[in-house]
Write a protein of this length. Structure first.
Length: 105
């Protein structure tokens, strides 16, 4: 791959999951790159953005009623886990089985 003769611009800051940051570090070591920036520049240069199909889970707002205790619990754990209330709600809802367990007779 040919090197770009242009110097990198100002820093670009964006959020990534820690697993992807770990991947950048693994690629950096595996390819002998000096910096994470070099990994990202190489990834951008070699990626087919025309063929990319980003996956998005559409979001929609809903309103629900919860007890004061549940609201306090969510806020407490959001602070403790350094997460948003929405993230915790998604985890709780995703963990629920789709069907109720059958009752024993």
């Amino acid at each position: 791959m040919a090197k770009n003769s242009r110097k990198p611009s100002a820093p670009l800051t964006f959020d990534l999951p820690e697993s992807l940051i770990a991947r950048i570090e693994a690629v950096r070591r595996g390819h002998g790159f000096a910096t994470a920036s070099e990994v990202v520049r190489t990834a951008i240069a070699g990626y087919d953005f025309d063929g990319a199909v980003p996956t998005r889970d559409p979001h929609r707002q809903i309103s629900v009623r919860i007890t004061t205790d549940q609201r306090a619990t969510l806020k407490r754990f959001a602070k403790k886990k350094n997460a948003s209330v929405g993230e915790l709600l998604r985890l709780a809802i995703e963990a629920m089985p789709a069907k109720a367990a059958k009752k024993k007779s």
